[in-house]
Design a binder for this molecule. Structure first.
Ligand SMILES: *Cc1c(COP(=O)(O)O)cnc(C)c1O
Length: 481
């Protein structure tokens, strides 16, 4: 028996690297990261993978390992330099991704010590870091200090947690599901539908409240709809506002909506995954007035605090409601004390074991302080306004509504032929070229182009380049069509 164990030990010890081995691969990973980041200002925003045939080398998980050098070469060729480069400052499509460098080091350090960030008693420091971040975000938003929250993998899961909390608070289950009503607009993010499905609420009545010409919820229509539903004997319980839509960056009239929702005893949820954290700068604070009247709120540091993907946040005004929706226990957890001096993530989300994801936000905040984040967010709003004004005076371009935050919609009006088709070709030729990356959407049924400005790497030079590229491609297409 012991011989067998010793033999196995000799093999399993390969899993622990010694000091020199660690030193060698840390150096290789560091060199790789440095050269990647040194090149990012020049790198293409889009690269077609032309070597899919060789992907076997990446996909093959073999009995024996290969050297780090080869692994990094595979990563570079097959992963890090193909597809859309969301970390580029010239990427202004969809919602831009971030990638603050210290945040990746936060992930690294969280993995090294692997503190347990699920229960306060197990990893008191780790849980306190996450709770401190939640309290900081709550105070920036204007939530009470007693609010609870959870650091999630992203905005979709954060919305799910909020909706489940609203569901349980209003005791929406069984027979009352089909007569309970949820109020949204056509501009709600599609993860809201997913959350309703996952939480068993898809059989609720979903009222699409009309929007104005700037895609903002019409508060009067909301009030009328709730009253009509009450008179019809239905159960209005949830109003979902947008703190910046993904589509056009529009902010619903949150103060008015909050007042109406509360007057009718409805839960008021705000999806601020894209826009909520603009509360850090004065222009955003102004645009998002009333966001602090919500009962729950989603914000996404992996969008609006420029982090690499993997961090969303849900805040809930009344912590007891979130605990009631998510606290559970089991015999094998009996040693865990219920110490309510600090909330534990496990009592506030569906997760048990979780990544210590707070470190990826805490490290950059400690290192930089909040100040440069406020400036960067203010800068993005000003860049969107600048882009709007420049494009307004550019020949042949037509602009959507003036931006509430940092998304601008626009399109080219060709002299001949279909505008929808022209703009689609315009977008495709720009994407293929790879200098800048833009995307499109539909507003009132029309095909329009979007510029979403949210990367910490996007500054005036990058926006000027987007404008130059747009004008150049539009002219070239106009001449050939
Ligand atoms: C991005 C986004 C979501 C979804 O968040 P993920 O982090 O992508 O899961 C939800 N709502 C809005 C308004 C968004 O922009």
């Amino acid at each position: 028996m012991k011989d067998t164990i010793k033999q196995l030990e000799a093999q399993s010890r390969f899993l622990e690297l010694d000091f020199n081995q660690r030193e060698a691969i840390i150096r290789q990973v560091s060199d790789y990261s440095q050269s990647y980041l040194e090149n990012i200002a020049r790198a293409s925003t889009y690269t077609m993978p032309d070597h899919i045939k060789d992907f076997n080398q990446v996909a093959n998980i073999a009995e024996n390992g290969i050297p780090m050098e080869q692994i990094l070469a595979l990563l570079s060729e097959h992963v890090d330099n193909v597809g859309i480069n969301v970390a580029s400052g010239r990427y202004v499509a969809y919602i831009p991704g971030g990638g603050l460098f210290p945040s990746s080091l936060g992930d690294y350090l969280a993995g090294i010590a692997n503190r347990y960030a699920g229960w306060f008693d197990a990893g008191p420091g780790a849980v306190q870091v996450e709770n401190a971040l939640i309290r900081w975000m709550a105070s920036e938003i204007g939530y009470p200090a007693q609010a609870s929250g959870n650091l999630t993998s992203g905005g979709s899961i954060a919305n799910l947690i909020a909706i489940i909390t609203a569901r349980d608070t209003h005791q929406i289950s069984g027979d009352n599901i089909p007569k309970s009503v949820i109020y949204v607009t056509s501009q709600a993010h599609h993860c809201i539908d997913k959350a309703l499905h996952v939480s068993g609420l898809q059989a609720c009545i979903k009222r699409l409240i009309v929007v104005d010409s700037a895609q903002r919820m019409d508060a009067v229509a909301l009030e009328n709809a709730i009253q009509a539903d009450k008179q019809a004997g239905l159960n209005p319980f949830l109003v979902i506002g947008n703190g910046g839509t993904t589509n056009t960056g529009s902010v619903d009239p949150l103060s008015d909506i909050g007042e109406i929702a509360h007057a009718h005893d409805c839960w008021f949820h705000v999806d601020g995954a894209y826009g909520g954290l603009f509360m850090l700068c004065p222009e955003g604070h102004e645009a998002l007035r009333g966001i602090d009247t919500s009962d729950s709120l989603v914000i996404d540091p992996h969008k609006t605090l420029f982090l690499p993907y993997g961090l969303g946040t849900v805040l809930v005004r009344d912590r007891q409601k979130q605990i009631a929706a998510f606290r559970a226990s089991a015999d094998y957890m009996q040693d865990i004390l219920d110490d309510d001096s600090e909330l534990s993530p496990n009592d506030l989300s569906p997760e048990l074991t979780k990544h210590f994801r707070g470190l990826r936000l805490w490290l950059p905040l400690k290192l930089f302080g909040v100040h440069p984040f406020r400036a960067a967010l203010s800068e993005k709003i000003h860049l969107a306004r600048y882009f709007y004004e420049q494009m307004q005076s550019a020949d042949g371009f037509e602009l959507g509504t003036y931006p509430d935050l940092s998304v601008v919609t626009y399109r080219y009006c060709p002299k001949r032929g279909s505008a929808d088709e022209f703009n689609q070709r315009l977008m495709q030729s720009i994407q293929q070229e790879g200098r800048v990356f833009i995307s499109s959407t539909r507003v009132d049924g029309k095909f329009v182009l979007r510029a979403a400005i949210l990367s910490f790497r996007t500054h005036l030079d990058e926006i000027d380049e987007v404008i130059t590229v747009l004008k150049r491609h539009a002219q070239a297409l106009e001449q050939t069509s």
